[in-house]
Ligand binder design. Sequence first.
Ligand code: ARG
Length: 463
Amino acid sequence: LGIALWGGRFQGGPSEALAALSVSTQFDWRLADYDLQGSLAHAHALQDAGLLNDEEYADMVAALRLLREDVASGAFTYSPEDEDVHTALERGLLEPQYAGAELAGKLRAGRSRNDQIATLIRMYLRDASAHMRGLLVALCEAILGQAEAAGNHIMPGRTHMQHAQPVLVAHHLMAHFWPQLRNLSRLADWGKRNDQSPYGGGALAGNTLGLDPELVARELGFSEVCPNSIDGTSSRDVVLEFLYILTQVAVDLSRLAEEVVIWNTAEFGYVTLDDSYSTGSSIMPQKKNPDVAELARGKAGRLVGDLAGLLTTMKGLPLAYDRDLQEDKEPVFDAIDTLEVLLPAVTGMVQTMQVHYERLESLATAGFSLATDVAEWLVKRGMPFRRAHEVSGACVALAESRGVGLEDLSDADFASVNPLLTPEVRTVLSGPGSVAARQGKGGTAPERVAEQLAAAGEALAQY
Ligand code: ARG
């Protein structure tokens, strides 16, 4: 290790093995700018408490600003000997072109890497959340765009992957929109809990120097200070909650992706993916593969692992700070980095995929998917549903034995199953008739879906 932030009570330096284990700079360096923002606010608190005079404060601010610029440009960066981002930046500040040893040595008073890191991760996640929000809004717009383009076309709705009841294509697509809208809402709500600053909590118990944590919180864009310095420095539930939300995004993407993989097969033929979102095979010249969807499905597993890993790290940790807490960063950074590349790809795939409406329509009523409509039509004529279910089931058995659809049975066939089955039953024996009858709010009737699309556009506009 190079310079250390500790060592006064040590006889020798750390072993190479310890240094190799302990170092976190390779992943926490991405917090460097937040660390310097924290230092600027902390310098102000030191001045406010009379621990830096006006000249020292002005010099400190100038040094920190210069270091900030140099970090941004890459003119200053960490070295392999720096234990962590805090150490690397202190090494920089000590250099004469920044603050120099005398002044730089004053900055560390009253703070600890424990309260620093707990604050920096919140600042970093606040920005990451805003970025994720933009990517999620774009995905929601793409899904909404496809739903709007689908008009009143119908398709098979499935449960257990079996033909169940016809639905509007738009209705099905929108079932992938609302979960992501809820994820947007989760991010917004998470932001309230993330909006407390741990800075000023010191190692765990607060500081003796008269530093004002509220001043620091304000300068760092937080609405308030964590009410308990032990909790502020040693809890990571805001990190976990954020990671859960990203994992939920990925799991929801994965369910959409799995459908796209199936829809894109020759057997289904529901959609064709655009060339720009498909890949080929190195051996089979004919292949056009849905790799974007498959990677979405695969990377969801990776995020589940990130979340499970950090939950396990946190379980059973005694208060206050423990070094285990350093393990919060890689999983959440990995989840963010993964979604940053995945979301635009899935958005593009959805936006550009061609939907084969005629194919979907032609299958919409396959598999006797109008049987519920027949039963409910009988209910409207006074038959108890229990009996209507049996009667409709008998119609299915008759049609199946002949190898035809329900709509192919003759008036006489229907009458032979039950006299209440008059020729008027044919009003519901069509895909459009079936969806048109599902008039309740949230149902797949075209009027309801039109309302749904309008509501979705309004809801999305809030983000
Ligand atoms: N790198 C640590 C973390 O990420 C912060 C440093 C705290 N180190 C310490 N020895 N208290 O949590």
